[in-house]
Design a protein around this ligand. Structure first.
Ligand SMILES: Nc1ncnc2c1ncn2[C@@H]1O[C@H](COP(=O)(O)OP(=O)(O)O)[C@@H](O)[C@H]1O
Ligand SMILES: [Mg+2]
Length: 247
């Protein structure tokens, strides 16, 4: 459904991606892992059109999307949820959700989207008239995922949905993401929480120095100690500690 071939890109004259390749099949949950600053968010932004690739080919659902505007890409059914920062604090939960349907000027779609969002995230229904500024970190992350769903995408790109959240909240969010995928969503998810990501995903990619260094079925990656050591910086002891955090 999504194929990225030899994508390069960066900021100003600084090259970050050095020819990244990955693909995600329809209905698949794939995860993109890698240490801090290795280009995970950059790759997602290049896929979703928030940034233009310098070179390379990106196809989604049989269509070239590299160089397309992000709103056109959303219209094709590919939406990115960034790291929980995109909610407007001065707007209510419901207003934020409605914005997510901006590419679909259809009242029925908006109504259906709200219903679906509230079904996945009942807490957002009880807070629908409250300002987003009053939400907790976990609820904000839920709002951003729900908002991404409002355009009725076929595929979502999630950038660290568990970032900076308490373990119990992380579990809640992963459970809902898993449900969304069972209902037919295709997903590419960037995660720091490697264990959770590999439990949820069926396939994983590890990026380093702007290229995909390792890829494979999630259960194989889980067993592969090289992966565990290569995606995390720091000492082996620090890595072990990080890995054990989520047992
Ligand atoms: N807006 C930006 N301008 C300049 N450099 C950036 C910008 N965003 C990210 N970078 C740099 O690009 C590299 C990759 O960043 P990013 O893709 O966000 O990494 P990751 O998501 O894997 O942590 C980092 O070195 C980061 O400092
Ligand atoms: Mg990032």
């Amino acid at each position: 459904m999504l194929r990225v071939e030899n994508a390069t890109g960066g900021y100003g004259s600084v090259q970050i991606l050095n020819g990244a390749n990955l693909s995600v099949e329809r209905g698949q949950i794939a995860t993109l892992l890698g240490g801090n600053g290795t280009g995970k968010s950059t790759l997602l932004k290049i896929i979703s059109g928030l940034m233009k690739p310098w070179s390379g080919t990106i196809t989604f659902d049989g269509q070239r999307i590299d160089g397309m505007r992000s709103d056109s890409i959303v219209r094709l059914g590919l939406v990115q949820v960034t790291q929980g920062k995109e909610a407007f604090p001065g707007m209510t939960v419901e207003e934020n959700l409605r914005l997510g349907a901006f590419v679909r000027h259809d009242r029925a779609v908006v109504a259906r989207g709200l219903e679906r969002a509230f079904e996945y995230f009942p807490i957002l229904k009880t807070k629908r008239r409250q300002l987003a500024a009053t939400l907790s970190g976990g609820q904000l992350q839920m709002l951003c995922i729900a908002r991404g769903l409002m355009s009725e995408p076929k595929m979502m790109l999630l950038d660290e949905p568990s970032a900076a959240l308490a373990p119990q909240v992380v579990l809640d969010i992963f459970r809902i993401i898993s449900r969304i995928c069972r209902d037919g969503m295709t997903l590419l998810m960037v995660e720091q929480n490697v264990r959770m990501a590999l439990l949820l995903a069926s396939y994983g990619y590890v990026i380093k120095d702007g290229v995909i260094k390792i890829e494979g079925p999630a259960d194989a990656l889980m067993k592969d100690v090289n992966v565990k050591l290569s995606y995390l910086g720091g000492t082996v002891a620090e890595q072990e500690k990080q890995l054990n955090l989520n047992h």
